[in-house]
Ligand binder design. Structure first.
Ligand code: F6R
Length: 366
């Protein structure tokens, strides 16, 4: 049951350290410090044949895929396209035997994702399914399966399924790079050491929950909330925005911060809440410039950044720090405060947090 938590969603947010730990178990060899995936029959020859990767999924799983694209491209240098399954299945994607298709689905039963899997197999692609449910349709039909070890997820708003999907894609990225002989031992060790720390770091961040609750209550009457970020932070912004919409029913948008001046800036008014993610070093200064743009129009900005970026104080109204980690893994940590913001906003509005209106946990019809 709820184990003393008021809602399944909160329980599942707090289960993330354990869920991530379980997803890593048996997949990182402590001695060799290499990723192992006995469930993937990926020969070196096969991995070297792939010249294109598609990640296909819906909703939150699609957002996990956006992180996967970034990571897989970075580590394997194979081009990756991420697509919403309901779009992918009704066009003519360019797929052949040299294509790897990754379908991501918590339930393993999402109709559009399953259709995309079948279509890809018919066209000759190898399909890996990332799913949380043993024996689900996607688990049965994919050529290879990676199980996320999140445990049952009851709340409609997905939390621990998302972080374990993201983690699975990280591990897959390192694994593929190992097979391609494309990652130095030093870099691999650095990445894995950093990854192994993330469950404990999430636990640490969950201790600062009070400040986030206070912030969530302060935005509950907003007409619209904006999430901004660049690169991986943009992918996390999309997930934070979806989470807020689905359970608080507040309109929100996520934008690539560099796109602001191409239209969105017109929507920022006095008092508009903006949640700005600034965890990525290479674009940190650019993000600060974007924060200044929205603040000049009256936005109230919450900055989410890694510990150490003390100077953000000067530019924002509120700050939320996440523990320092490799830039690649920041999404695992930065999504947690966003999950909590949506939870507490929904709670403050008196909504049914675990069962938001109009939505179902598993979407088995298109
Ligand atoms: C949002 C959410 C949905 C699901 C989507 C796909 O919190 O849970 O967007 O992510 O319906 O579901 P699965 O992963 O079961 O294919």
């Amino acid at each position: 049951e709820k184990n003393g938590y008021d809602h399944f969603m909160l329980k599942e947010i707090f289960e993330q350290p354990t869920a991530l730990q379980n997803t890593m178990t048996g997949r990182i060899d402590q001695d060799s410090q290499m990723v192992e995936f006995p469930e993937l029959d990926w020969s070196e020859a096969k991995v070297n044949e792939w010249n294109k990767i598609y990640i296909v999924a819906c909703g939150t799983a699609y957002h996990a895929g956006l992180i996967g694209k970034h990571v897989l491209e970075e580590l394997t240098r194979i081009p990756v396209a991420v697509e919403v399954a309901s779009e992918f299945r009704y066009r003519r994607p360019i797929i052949d035997e040299q294509t790897l298709v990754i379908t991501v689905s918590q339930s393993g039963e999402t109709a559009d994702t399953l259709a995309a899997l079948r279509q890809s197999q018919k066209m000759g692609a190898e399909v890996v399914g990332i799913t949380n449910v043993v024996g689900s349709s996607i688990a049965r039909e994919a050529d290879n399966v990676i199980l996320t070890m999140a445990g049952p997820e009851i709340a409609v708003a997905s939390t621990k399924a998302y972080t374990t999907q993201v983690l699975s894609l990280y591990l897959m990225g390192v694994y593929a790079a190992q097979k391609k002989g494309q990652i130095t031992e030093e870099y691999r060790k650095e990445l894995l050491e950093s990854l192994l720390k993330t469950p404990g770091q999430i636990e640490e961040s969950l201790e600062h929950i009070k400040g986030i609750r206070w912030y969530a209550e302060s935005i509950k009457d907003a007409q619209s909330v904006f999430f901004l970020g660049r690169g991986l932070d943009h992918a996390v912004a999309l997930e934070g925005s979806l989470k807020l919409k689905e359970i608080s029913y507040i309109h929100s948008e996520a934008y690539a911060a560099g796109e602001l001046k191409h239209g969105t800036l017109a929507l920022i008014e006095e008092g508009t809440p903006v949640i700005a993610l600034a965890t990525q070093n290479e674009v940190y200064d650019k993000m600060i410039a974007n924060i200044e743009e929205v603040r000049a129009r009256g936005a109230k900005v919450m900055g989410v950044t890694t510990e150490g970026n003390m100077d953000i104080y000067h530019y924002v109204d509120e700050t939320c720090y996440i523990p320092a980690t490799n830039n690649l893994f920041a999404p695992l940590l930065s999504v947690v405060p966003l999950q909590l913001i949506s939870y507490y906003t929904s709670l403050a509005l008196g909504n049914d947090v675990d069962k938001p209106r109009n939505l179902a946990k598993s979407v088995t019809v298109e």
